[in-house]
Design a protein around this ligand. Structure first.
Ligand code: ZN
Length: 403
């Protein structure tokens, strides 16, 4: 194990666990479900205050426009909270992007709202691990680094979005803009296991709503004049499921629509999710789906409108990304932390960052577990542990050879 050099060691040792912990408690104490715009506004305000400790310009960015398809087949606009951006030294030649999210999966009326200690080190609470703990890890690593002159030669953008848990639909353009041209990216999702394992390659994800319009008719008097949208949607569901292969899964999830028993139904909405493992599988699926839509349109004489698509591109680990993983492992070793990684079917903003060609490790946040459930927990000592890890990794990226 190589010892950490003097000043870097000093700043890593100076990270204040008590302050981090107080922040996580405060932030997790405010409900910020993706749809709770008031709660998100409050958390964004607290985060703006906290990140003003960095020498950057903080802005709250308007969410991009997003629509969804209602059960009746109408496109309706969805409201989201604003996304926080902190821009530090935009003129620097080598710049990073660090991302997190302030929203959680727990709406304001969910029973899981309180923080409870499970033992001396384990805190149960909404968003503790996913990812208010991770936001504190990011902030305190950056604060520590700002004390080093070598770090001040580089710049970075912090982006904390308000819609990650529903797929980052209103922040995806912002993520893309901020990621492009960056040297490397770190995202502060919790580690993939309570032991601290990182998520390596990730599959992608796409969500679709197919709105099928047929023609209504009386089921007894003139059924042949009708064009049955429910039947067409059912055929689509079965045929789409048949497109599943080893490198892509397809999940028809819901069919809405229909009418009374004596009416040929003229509308239906079919919703489904796909999980391509590789970009090639996603492309293959798109062309197969197009052909299938054409076939069903013709055979059933219905109109089909496609809404949605791939919003989380697959995240393979290329050579430069692997180098970044290796650096995280080496820095972990300097701190006496064993860092391992594994592939996962889960998706996050790391997928969107990787799609811009920027190397990313997206599970730099705390150790914890049971996320997205009322058993979610954060292992409190991992706040300092992971902040020290990020400090070393970022310092190495700032001062080391090119990735
Ligand atoms: Zn998360």
């Amino acid at each position: 194990m190589k010892p950490i050099e003097g000043p870097l060691n000093r700043v890593a040792q100076s990270i204040d666990g008590a302050q981090m912990f107080g922040q996580v408690e405060r932030w997790a104490g405010i409900n910020s479900g993706t749809g709770n715009l008031d709660g998100l506004r409050e958390v964004a305000g607290q985060l703006s205050d906290a990140f003003s400790a960095l020498p950057g310009n903080i802005t709250l960015e308007e969410p991009g426009p997003v629509t969804q398809v209602s059960a009746e087949g109408q496109e309706v606009e969805v409201e989201y909270g604003k996304h926080l951006v902190c821009c530090v030294r935009p003129e620097a030649e080598r710049r990073f992007v660090l991302t997190g999210h302030m929203d959680t999966v727990f709406p304001a009326d969910h029973p899981f709202q309180a923080l409870t200690w499970l033992d001396d080190e384990v805190l149960n609470g909404p968003g503790t691990a996913d990812m208010k703990g991770g936001i504190a890890v990011m902030l305190h690593a950056l604060k520590a680094l700002e004390g080093l002159s070598a770090w001040q030669k580089v710049g970075y953008d912090v982006m904390i979005n308000a819609d990650e848990e529903t797929g980052s639909l209103s922040s995806a353009p912002l993520i893309e803009r901020l990621a492009k041209g960056k040297y490397a990216a770190l995202t502060y999702e919790p580690a993939a296991t309570p032991e601290g394992t990182l998520a390596h390659a990730r599959g992608g994800s796409g969500n679709y709503s197919l709105t099928v319009k047929g023609k209504s008719a009386h089921a007894g008097r003139n059924p042949r004049e009708g064009r049955n949208a429910i039947v067409a949607a059912a055929v689509l569901a079965v045929r789409l499921k048949d497109l599943q292969r080893d490198d892509i899964s397809v999940n028809p999830a819901r069919i809405e629509g229909g009418a009374a028993n004596n009416v040929v139904p003229d509308h239906a909405v079919l919703r489904f999710n796909i999980r391509p493992k590789e970009p090639a599988a996603a492309e293959w699926f798109a062309s197969e789906m197009n052909a299938l839509l054409g076939e069903v349109r013709q055979a059933h004489e219905v109109d089909i409108h496609v809404h949605g698509g791939i919003t989380r591109p697959p995240k393979p680990v290329d050579r430069r990304a692997q180098k970044l993983f290796d650096i995280v492992r080496e820095c972990g070793a300097q701190l006496g932390q064993d860092i391992d990684w594994q592939s996962t079917g889960g998706v996050c903003d790391g997928n969107n960052i990787a799609a811009t060609g920027v190397p990313v490790v997206d599970t730099m946040g705390v150790r914890g577990g049971k996320i997205h459930s009322p058993d979610e927990f954060m292992i409190a000592p991992s706040l300092v542990e992971r902040a020290q890890l990020s400090t070393l990794v970022l310092h190495r990226l700032a001062t080391g050879d090119a990735l």
